[in-house]
Design a protein around this ligand. Structure first.
Ligand code: ATP
Ligand code: MG
Length: 318
C-alpha cells in the first residue's frame, strides 16, 4: 500500500447550525489523481480548507503528507500547493511580481536565478508569459484563474490541491490545465482536484470521492465506478442513410427474431440495445445482418454522481 498523502478520520465541521462536513474519512494515496466531486454546498471546499489548516475542524483528525494539521502545519504545508475558492493575488502588482513574492515566502532550495526560472516556467506553463507584466487587477477572470494555478504549482509541491481549477477557463485553458496536471502527476505530484466538470475529471482522475450533504458517499477508483452496465449498444450497418426507414425496420425485425429476449428495448432504426450475454454480434452476423459497431455500455461519472447525490435545495436542512 502506498503512503497516504491525505488522511482524514471522522472529519466534521459545523458552522453554527449548519452541518457542513460530517464524519469524513478521506484517503488520498501518494501519486493519486483524486477528483473531489459533489453538488454545490456538499462540503468540498470546507473539507479542503480543513486540510490546509484554513479552518479548524469541529472534530476529527487530519493528516497531510505524514504530518498532523494544524499541529505540524509549518512542516508539511510548505510541500503543499493550493488554490481554494478562486485565486488570491495583489491587484496592483503584476502576475510575475505576485509569483515571485509567493515563491520567496517560503525557504526553498535554489538561489535567486533558480527562483526566477521557476516563476518564468510557471507563467509559461499557464500561457501567461505575455501578460506577466500587467497588473493583476487588469486580468480577465480566466487569466486570474490561470495565475492562481501558477501560484499553486510554482514551488513544485508534492501535493497539489486545487478547488475548481477550471472555473472560468476557456476550452483551450481547460485542455492546457488538464495536460499540465497529467504532466505533473507523471513527475510524481499527488493531485486533489475538486470540480463539477465530470468529463474532465473522468479524463484526469484515477480515483474520486463524492460528497453529498457533508458526507463522503463514494470513494473509489474511476475504473471501478465506470463498470459495464451489462448492456451492449449495437449499430447495424447502413444506419448513416436511412435511419428508421424501410430497411431499418426489416433489419430491426430480423434482429428481434435472432436475439429474442436479449433485445432490451424496441429498436430505434438501426440501433439496438441488447443484453450483453452470449455471442450477440456472431448471432446477428450469422443471421445475415451486418454490424457496424458494438459497444459495451458503461456508467459515466455523471451517472454515478447523479445517482448518489441530492440536488441543491432537495432535502437540505439548515
Ligand atoms: N464560513 C462559513 N460560515 C457558515 N457556513 C458556511 C461557511 N462556509 C461554508 N458554509 C456552509 O457549509 C456548507 C458546505 O459549503 P462548501 O463551500 O464546503 O460547499 P462546496 O461543496 O464547496 O460547494 P460548491 O460546489 O458550491 O463550491 C454550505 O451549506 C455552506 O453554506
Ligand atoms: Mg466549493
Amino acid at each position: 500500500m502506498r503512503d497516504l498523502a491525505v488522511e482524514t478520520t471522522g472529519l466534521t465541521k459545523r458552522f453554527g447550525r449548519v452541518q457542513a462536513v460530517t464524519d469524513v474519512d478521506l484517503r488520498v494515496a501518494e501519486g493519486d489523481r483524486f477528483g473531489f466531486l459533489g453538488p454545490n454546498g456538499s462540503g468540498k471546499t470546507t473539507t479542503v480548507r480543513m486540510l490546509l489548516g484554513l479552518v479548524l475542524p469541529t472534530s476529527g483528525r487530519v493528516r497531510v503528507l505524514g504530518g498532523r494539521v494544524p499541529q505540524d502545519a509549518a512542516r508539511v504545508l510548505p510541500q503543499v500547493g493550493a488554490m481554494v475558492e478562486g485565486p488570491a493575488a495583489i491587484g496592483h502588482l503584476s502576475g510575475r511580481a505576485n509569483l515571485r513574492l509567493l515563491d520567496a515566502a517560503v525557504p526553498t532550495p535554489g538561489g535567486r536565478r533558480t527562483r526566477r526560472r521557476r516563476v518564468e516556467e510557471a507563467l509559461e506553463a499557464l500561457g501567461l508569459a505575455q501578460v506577466g507584466r500587467r497588473p493583476v487587477r487588469a486580468y480577465s477572470l480566466g487569466m486570474r484563474q490561470r495565475l492562481g494555478i501558477a501560484s499553486a504549482l510554482v514551488r513544485r509541491p508534492r501535493l497539489l490541491v486545487l478547488d475548481e481549477p477550471t472555473n472560468g477557463l476557456d476550452p483551450q485553458g481547460i485542455a492546457l490545465v488538464t495536460d499540465l496536471l497529467l504532466d505533473l502527476s507523471a513527475q510524481g505530484t499527488t493531485l486533489l482536484v475538486s470540480s463539477h466538470l465530470l468529463s474532465e475529471v473522468e479524463h484526469l482522475c484515477t480515483r474520486v470521492g463524492v460528497m453529498d450533504r457533508g458526507r463522503l458517499v463514494v470513494q473509489d477508483h474511476v475504473d471501478a465506478l465506470r463498470a459495464p452496465t451489462g448492456r451492449l449498444l449495437v449499430t447495424l450497418a447502413g444506419a448513416a442513410h436511412d435511419d428508421g426507414g424501410r430497411s431499418g425496420e426489416a433489419g430491426a425485425a430480423l434482429a428481434g427474431q435472432l436475439l429474442g429476449r436479449r433485445l432490451l428495448e424496441p429498436p430505434a432504426g438501426h440501433r439496438l440495445v441488447v443484453a450483453d450475454c452470449g455471442d450477440v454480434v456472431g448471432d446477428l452476423v450469422r443471421g445475415g445482418l451486418a454490424v457496424r459497431e458494438a459497444v459495451v455500455e458503461r456508467r459515466t461519472l455523471t451517472d454515478v454522481v447523479l445517482s448518489r447525490t441530492t440536488a441543491v435545495g432537495e432535502g437540505m436542512g439548515a
